[in-house]
Ligand binder design. Structure first.
Ligand SMILES: Nc1ncnc2c1ncn2[C@@H]1O[C@H](COP(=O)(O)OP(=O)(O)O)[C@@H](O)[C@H]1O
Ligand SMILES: [Mg+2]
Length: 252
């Protein structure tokens, strides 16, 4: 991403490290080594992120960590607007991308940064990579997107729940079906939702795989049983946290 250093982000030429801005950052908010951590779980629709985050949260809280969850379109400012725009299907590419970026910016300032300052573990149900992948399959320029998200903070860990499209379809058919947006029906890739879902999700998976290589995600096979995935997540995260400072007690 942009390697300028206005807000305490990465130095010229050096890759941005965890807890710093990817690029220019927020121009009025220099970043500091705040005690909290951002742990992101990435992966496509229905891959099992919510299931794993619920279990991780329980495990972390039992150990005395304070946990905050954040996820896309959960910004109180932007959620109604995004829902409205989706319902009327009037989004063009640029408004689609900018609405999501605004949602992220709102959550960054209102939820993520305060939590980092207070020493919480932020469990992010998807991070900027989902937004980048969705925009990429809609043809938005890669470098432009990276620059746009230069205000984001580099997570301490990014876990990538990886699945193949057949396993994903099988799972979704068992658990309630495919929705319009998860199927990329706005892109008019195919007439029926099933074919559209397959094409759209295959393209998204390619983008996630490219991002996984570039941003050093920790991949996990999402086709495994829930408990097995959780065990691996806990092992990785436990080792990471063991190397950082002691747990922040949850305020009573
Ligand atoms: N490892 C798994 N194996 C089989 N089914 C799973 C697994 N993880 C989650 N599921 C099921 O798949 C569906 C989607 O899971 P969810 O955690 O809501 O996904 P996401 O938050 O990524 O959209 C749910 O019905 C859930 O019970
Ligand atoms: Mg979910």
């Amino acid at each position: 991403m942009d390697s300028a250093n206005d807000g305490g982000g990465s130095r010229k030429g050096a890759p941005a490290g965890p807890g710093t801005y990817y690029g220019r950052g927020l121009p009025y908010l220099p970043i500091e080594p705040w005690p909290g951590k951002i742990i992101a779980i990435e992966g496509t629709d229905g891959v099992g992120r919510s299931t794993q985050i619920r279990l991780l949260r329980e495990w972390l809280e039992v150990q005395g960590y304070g946990v905050v969850e954040t996820g896309w379109t959960r910004s109180t400012l932007m959620q109604p607007t995004i829902d409205l725009a989706k319902a009327s299907n009037t989004l063009n590419k640029l408004t689609f991308v900018l609405l999501y970026a605004t949602d992220f910016a709102d959550r960054l300032e209102k939820e993520i940064i305060p939590a980092l300052k207070a020493g919480f573990i932020v469990l992010a149900d998807r991070y900027i990579f989902t937004a980048i992948a969705r925009a990429r399959v809609r043809g938005v320029d890669r470098a432009w997107l990276r620059n746009l998200y230069g205000f984001a903070i580099v997570p301490h860990l990014v876990f990538y729940l990886r699945i193949d499209v057949d396993t994903l379809i099988h799972r979704l058919l068992q658990s309630g079906g495919m929705d319009f947006w998860e199927s990329g029906m706005d892109m008019k890739l195919a007439d029926d939702i099933y074919e559209s879902f397959r094409t759209y999700q295959s393209q998204l998976l390619e983008e996630y795989d490219a991002l996984a290589r570039e941003f050093a995600f920790k991949p996990l096979d999402a086709g495994q049983p829930v408990d097995r995935i959780q065990q691996k997540l806990r092992r990785h995260l436990g080792a990471f946290l063991a190397g950082t400072e002691s747990p922040t007690p949850v305020p009573l």
